[in-house]
Each structure stands twice: as C-alpha cells, then as structure tokens.
Design a protein around this ligand. Structure first.
Ligand code: SAH
Ligand code: SF4
Ligand code: F3S
Length: 470
C-alpha cells in the first residue's frame, strides 16, 4: 500500500523529468477484460475528462468494452475531482450508490482514481472501505492493467504516488469525439495559488516535448479531426521547465503550421501572458479568437493573498491588447467570491472589473477551503449567507454581459464546427470560432464539418442559427 501525503506533494524536485515511450505495457494481460464491461464516471476539469479518455483506451486495450449502464458493468471507475467541496460531495454521493450495488453484486471491481485519490486525509479514510477495490492516483493510472491483475489474485490495492511521475507517451487513448480532440501539452502546476489543491494533486509542471505534441496534432488532422484544444493548468507557462527558451508562443506557431483548421487552448494564466503570444494568435487564422483568462478577484489586495502575482492593472492591459489585436475575440474568466478576508469593498472591485471587461462568460465559485492549502488556514469572518448573496449579485452581472455579447452576434454569419446532435429537438450543436454554443437547424451530413451559420436567436448561454447558404 502506497498512500498519498501532502508534504511530499509540495516538493518541487530538480530531478530531470524523463519522457518515456515504452512505460505503458499490458504485461500480456490483453485478455483480462474479455467478455467484460467497464463503466467510467468522470468529474472535474477537461484534464480529467481527457485522462478518462486514456483510461478508456487502456481498458479497451486489455479487452474490456464500454457500457453506460451501471448494472452491466464488471468494473466501475470513478475519476474524481478535488477542486471544491461540492466536487467531493458529488463523487461521494455516487460512491454511496456504488456501495449499494456492490452489496448486491459483489464481483464488481470498483476503481477510485483522479485528484481525490491524491488527497491524504480522504485516502486515509477510504482505504478501509471494503467496497473500494483499487485506489490509484493521477500519476500512475497507466498501471491499471497491473493493478486489476494483482487485485484479482491477491485483493485490495492502493497505490498513490505523491511525487510526480514522468511523462509517458505511449498510453492508448479512446477519444469521445471524432472531430474535436484534447491534447495535453503539460502536466502539473507550479503556481501554488494559495487556495488551490491542483499543485498537490497533479504535481510539478512537466511539459511534453513539442515534437510529440505536433506529431499528435498532425495525426489527428490526418484522421479527420477539425479541432484540437491544447490542455494544461497554465498553458502559457509551457516550456518554462525546459533548458532552452522555447515557449508557448513557439509551440502555438508550430501547431498552427500543421494546418488543422481550429486550435484552442486552456487555461491561460495572466502571469505568463506575453506579447509574443498575442502576436502568434493574431497572425495565425487557425488559432481561434477565444481566451479563457481567469481573474479570480478584482481586488489587488485579495489577488496578493491568493498568490496570483498580477495586478488588475496588468490584467486589464492584457485584455486591452487582446481586444485591439484580435478582432471578434471572446474573453471568459473564473472568479472566486468569499476568499478569506474579502470585504464588501473588495467584492465591489470584482464587480468593477466585470463591468470593465464585459466578459463573454464566467465561471463563478464560492471559496472552498482545501485541506493543506495556505488559504484554508486564513481567518475567514464572512458568513456563508453573505457569500451566497455576493455570488448571486456577481452572477446577475455576468449573465447581463453574456447576453449582451451574444446579442451583438444576431443576424451575423459565423463559422461553426458542428459536433453532434443537440438536446434541443431536431437540431445539431456546435461552436463558433469565438466559442459560442449554437444550436443549428441543419442536416446530419454537416456533423464534423465547419459551416457558415447565420445567428437567428440569442439567449444568455447559447445561440440559435441556420445554415447560411448564400
Ligand atoms: N489552472 C487554472 C484553473 C484551475 S481550477 C487557472 O489557474 O486558472 C479552475 C477554477 O476553480 C479556478 O480558476 C478557480 O476559480 C476555481 N478554484 C480553484 N480552487 C478553488 C477553491 N479552493 N475554492 C473555490 N474555487 C476554486
Ligand atoms: Fe491552481 Fe493556480 Fe495552478 Fe491554476 S495556476 S491550477 S488556480 S495553483
Ligand atoms: Fe479537479 Fe483535478 Fe481538474 S482537482 S479541476 S480534476 S486538476
């Protein structure tokens, strides 16, 4: 048994990260899942969604087939998120259901993985739950075949590493979409914002080699993909862990020259946002005009306490340049309300910055203390009731600007990549270049294609449109 611990997870060793091209192997376990099914439940960010695509790839590599029916599954994998208390609660609610199922069907194998599995306090509790069979962390899910085999032969397994692993390049992947793909460019995070658990659950920043990223994008394009989204906790810190000065702007330039029609990237940190990046984005037509740029707070005093290392003035300067150099750019953000010590005045400064930037969309959260992070130990006098009121006030403003920005698009024509059926009847859904969700009246044959769409209706969260064949 190998349990996680926060002390080790905080260490940023100077040890060189190895890029391994043969570390994933099935050890002749290719028939392990013959005639058996797996179900995977995913919580959390795009990184977890993409990890689940890798875990699915691994499960199918060893013979399992996918199911969405819990009652049919021989293996249930819960890929968890630890970012806020409510992410925890969702996963724990699901675990309750799985526990009941396991009481009826004791042969099911339950695998608990993802960011919650990296948490010391939580794992010390669940390691004794009889109905969780395998616990593995974010650094070693490529060993799931081995863990399954060991579990089948000798029972419960718990293997979590707190010191990050290497970069492993040969894990099979089963992607959810045939047209739009996630591509990791870096793992981990070294920013240590004081509220955030990610640097502990995902370890030191490790960038993939640019050649490997570009090869992956080229192959995706050759296989018909129209869009890639480059993934990392701080995409624009890409390469800071290299010996040379190759950076994210260089990578964007190279990915652009593969010719793939659409390139996106999340998440950008204002700290590392360079003019060189803005140059590349404005120069390359296949880099989409969409920037997710988390501000977190509009108060410089709170930003400092958060350890974000930029001021609102610097942030607004980036926004100004983006709007000046990239026509039609959408800017979205993340905001935390009720950080310890946030006063009404600090909060008003957050409203002020929203009024200045007029975001296309924002994800807003109430501060959630995460065990072991510096902010969880800061004095916090504001009541939850007050925090909820602040969140409601903020959301009202965010929604106003979201609708306003959508209204500007009415009657205009945008390129939309149609991704699949919409849950609105008879329609298909897709995204404009500036990342607006559109429900389009069109034929099925357009799925997977980029087509001109005229915007006919606008709502706060989505647009309606029809094919513009003029
Ligand atoms: N790497 C990205 C964000 C990762 S987490 C970045 O730096 O922007 C996604 C969002 O969750 C964060 O931007 C933040 O707004 C929110 N978040 C992270 N930790 C939180 C916490 N402890 N409480 C509330 N919100 C949190
Ligand atoms: Fe968390 Fe900050 Fe890293 Fe984003 S940059 S993952 S908020 S520590
Ligand atoms: Fe959650 Fe881990 Fe992502 S904590 S937000 S799944 S990096």
């Amino acid at each position: 048994m190998n349990l996680p611990n926060m002390k080790d997870a905080k260490i940023r060793s100077k040890k060189e990260v190895k890029i391994l091209y043969d570390d994933y192997n099935t050890n002749n376990l290719l028939d392990l899942g013959k005639d058996k099914k797996y179900l995977i439940l995913t919580y959390g960010c795009q990184m977890n969604v993409h990890d689940s695509e890798y875990i699915s790839g691994i499960m199918e590599d060893i013979g399992y087939t996918k199911t969405d029916e819990m009652n049919e599954a021989d293996v249930i994998i819960v890929n968890t998120c630890a970012i806020r208390e409510n992410a925890h609660n969702k996963a724990e609610g699901m675990l309750g259901r799985i526990k009941h199922l396991k009481e009826e069907k004791e042969n099911i194998i339950v695998i608990f993985c993802g960011c919650m599995a990296q948490e010391e306090g939580l794992v010390s509790k669940i390691k004794d739950y009889k109905w969780i069979d395998i616990i593995c962390g974010t650094h070693n899910y490529h060993k799931i075949p081995e863990y399954l085999y060991e579990y089948m032969n000798s029972g419960k397994m718990c293997e979590v590493y707190s010191i990050e692993g290497n970069v492993i390049e040969n894990i099979p992947v089963k992607r959810d979409s045939k047209y739009s793909a996630w591509v990791n460019i870096q793992y981990g995070c070294d920013k240590f914002c004081t509220y955030c658990i990610v640097p502990y659950t995902r370890g030191k920043q490790r960038s993939r080699k640019s050649e490997d990223i570009v090869d992956e994008v080229r192959e995706l394009y050759n296989n018909g993909y129209q869009e890639v989204t480059l993934l990392g906790q701080n995409v624009n810190a890409y390469g800071k862990d290299f010996q040379d000065d190759y950076d994210f702007a260089d990578l964007l330039g190279e990915v652009s020259s593969t010719g793939i029609p659409r390139i996106r990237f999340v998440t950008s940190h204002p700290w590392d946002f360079t003019d060189k990046m803005i140059d590349v984005i404005s120069r390359c037509d296949n880099i989409m005009p969409y920037i997710h740029l988390p501000i977190q707070s509009g108060s410089d005093r709170i930003l400092k306490l958060m350890g974000r290392k930029y001021t609102t003035k610097e942030y607004l300067e980036i926004v100004r340049k983006l709007r000046e150099r990239i026509p039609n750019v959408s800017i979205t953000t993340d905001i935390i309300v009720g950080f310890p010590g946030e006063t009404e005045d600090d909060f008003k400064q957050t409203l002020d910055i929203v009024n200045k930037v007029k975001y296309d969309l924002a994800y807003t959260f109430i501060f959630s203390p995460r065990e072991g992070t510096p902010a969880s130990m800061m004095e916090d006098k504001t009541s939850m009731e007050e925090k909820k009121k602040r969140l409601a006030r903020l959301n009202e403003l965010i929604n106003k600007y979201a609708l306003e920005s959508n209204k500007k698009m009415k009657d205009k024509v945008y390129d939309v990549l149609i991704l699949g059926e919409s849950d609105k009847d008879d329609k298909y859904m897709g995204y404009t270049d500036n990342m607006k969700l559109v429900n389009v009246k069109c034929d099925k044959e357009y799925v997977g294609k980029i087509i001109p769409v005229k915007i006919t209706g606008v709502k706060t969260w989505s647009l309606d449109g029809e094919v513009n064949d003029k």
